[in-house]
Design a protein around this ligand. Structure first.
Ligand code: DX5
Ligand code: ZN
Length: 219
């Protein structure tokens, strides 16, 4: 089994001390920065937008994994490429022409990700899996940090892993929402490659140690 990556979600950082928190992640054993962009339409919350991402990227020294929880993501693909996103993930539920959207993301030099809401069946990706670099399985309903993990996610990871293996695809499976030391190992064993963790990391007393513990558990 390959290394499991840890991607702290900046949504749970202290925005009044953003540079400090970004540097803390730089120093930690975390692998990626997970960046949640919410528009108040696709999800019932607004997080932050381009100017904040620009300042995060100024300091961040790891892969920038951008999760768009917005309608009509095609409108902003170029902008996110210019801002420095390495991976751009759009929601299946927000894309009428998903294949076209994924090609547009790749044409801008980014890796292309697709996120699925908890109710969306992984088999819907069967015909497009070879075009996807990352599937982000939402293990909470998108919109907020700090929610509890939906247990059915384990079944979804296993089913998706089978599809990826059957098709010989190179797609990574990312889990987003409610990840802690209580479910991390089981998620890895089910076939997850990347674990996003927001509140579990940033709201802990020692985020650097929390990332190290998670990494030791699954790494
Ligand atoms: C939820 C976001 C998640 C969130 C995870 O809509 O996509 O990335 O920040 O936060 P926790 O780990 O606190 O559930
Ligand atoms: Zn996210």
């Amino acid at each position: 089994m390959s290394e499991t990556l840890i991607a702290p979600s900046v949504l749970a950082a202290d925005f009044a001390n953003l540079q400090r928190d970004v540097e803390m992640i730089n120093e930690s054993e975390a692998d990626w920065f997970h960046i949640d962009i919410m528009d108040g339409v696709f999800v019932p919350n607004i997080s932050f937008g381009m100017p904040v991402l620009r300042d995060i990227v100024k300091h961040a020294q790891k892969t920038i994994d951008v999760h768009l929880m917005i309608v009509e993501p095609d409108r902003y693909i170029k902008t996110f490429a210019q801002l420095g996103a390495d991976i751009l993930t759009v929601h299946y539920e927000a894309c009428t022409h998903l294949h076209r959207t994924l090609q547009a993301i790749k044409a801008e030099g980014m890796k292309a990700g697709v996120a699925l809401n908890p109710h969306t069946n992984v088999h819907l990706l069967e015909d497009i899996i070879q075009d996807i670099d990352l599937v982000c399985l939402m293990s909470v309903n998108p919109g907020f940090g700090g929610q509890s993990f939906i247990e059915n996610t384990y079944n979804k990871v296993k089913a998706l892993r089978k599809i990826i293996d059957k098709k010989g695809a190179n797609t990574k499976i990312e889990i987003d929402g409610g990840v802690t030391n209580k479910n991390a190992l089981q998620l890895k064993e089910a076939g997850a490659d990347v674990l996003v963790a927001g509140s579990y990391v940033f709201k802990s007393d020692d985020p650097i140690a929390t990332v190290a513990d998670l990494k030791k558990l699954v790494g």
